[in-house]
Design a protein around this ligand. Structure first.
Ligand SMILES: [Zn+2]
Length: 296
């Protein structure tokens, strides 16, 4: 048993001398050396040996090889570190996107989810939840209220009072936008459209961005095929650019699934862009790693 440990320690000793082993391995060697005189002797020999070799012979590749192994180990550790950081970033962003995704609260007549107060032309809305409000045209406002998984999980009840026109702007109409097929409801002012209801449709611009990214990726992929055997450098640059639309496509699918329609398209778009950064980094470092493998 002792002999076997000795031979393991002897194998590690060169790396031990160069100090390129992990703390655990170092501890193991130290422990062994503390009770094995033979190995300790071997260590002394190698410690006096190596500096001499280092100085006088470039031809002797031993030290260089050891150094290279050490460097490779360090590189591997840096690579693993970056890789796990990038993957963590993706997981964190996806969790954030999922937990804060709006679940719109549809308008109901029976249950008062929003109340409107008009104080000398100053219009205040009171409700519980997160909200989106924007002015669709002069004096016409759309408000949506939504909940998030995050708020439900932590029992957060956000009671909010917001003033629609803090600077005294004219407010003609406020629509409550339920999203998801239900008519928009006028909760303040008069309905400028007399006949029938208004439905806010999901915005589709993410759809066209998605298609554009696919086309962009296809063109670049064709260029990669064309330059496959000719120019290594040009090919590498095209591949690096190709990762941009591919990252966008992957990010879109991760955030939206296969559904490109969205009632909260702007939010989704920012999330997709944010997620593109770690996804691109992931492709980039994996590609660089593959590449350097072939070169050596
Ligand atoms: Zn030993």
């Amino acid at each position: 048993m002792k002999n076997r440990e000795c031979s393991i320690v002897r194998d590690i000793l060169p790396l031990y001398v160069e100090n390129v082993i992990s703390d655990d391995t170092k501890q193991f060697v130290d422990e062994h050396l503390s009770h094995c005189a033979e190995c300790k002797n071997e260590l002394k020999l190698s410690q006096t040996d190596i500096p001499v070799k280092k100085n006088c012979s470039e031809k002797d590749g031993g030290v260089e090889v050891i150094k290279k192994i050490g460097l490779d180990i360090k590189k591997k550790r840096v690579f693993t570190g970056i890789l796990s950081a990038v993957i963590s970033a993706i997981v964190i962003m996806l969790s954030f996107a999922y937990l804060t995704a709006p679940e719109y609260i549809p308008y109901t007549e029976s249950f008062d989810i929003i109340s409107v107060k008009d104080n000398n032309g100053c219009v205040t809305l009171s409700f519980t939840g997160e909200y989106e409000i924007y002015q669709s045209e002069q004096g016409v406002y759309d408000i949506s209220i939504y909940n998030t998984i995050w708020n439900k999980l932590f029992n957060i009840e956000k009671k909010q009072d917001i003033t629609v026109n803090p600077n005294g702007e004219t407010v003609n109409t406020i629509y409550y936008v339920s999203n998801g097929g239900q008519d928009d409801k006028v909760i303040y002012g008069r309905d400028p459209i007399d006949n029938g209801g208004v439905v806010t449709l999901p915005r589709l611009f993410l759809n066209s961005y998605f298609v554009t990214a696919i086309l962009f990726a296809l063109v670049l992929a064709m260029l990669v095929v064309i330059f496959r055997k000719k120019e290594e450098k040009v090919k590498a640059i095209i591949v690096e650019i190709l990762f941009i639309p591919i990252s966008y496509i992957v990010s879109h699918i991760m955030i939206k699934g296969w559904n490109a329609t969205s009632y909260s398209a702007t939010r989704d778009f920012y999330l997709i862009l944010l997620l593109v950064i770690p996804i691109y980094s992931l492709f980039y470092i994996l590609y660089k790693k593959e590449h350097s493998k072939f070169r050596h």
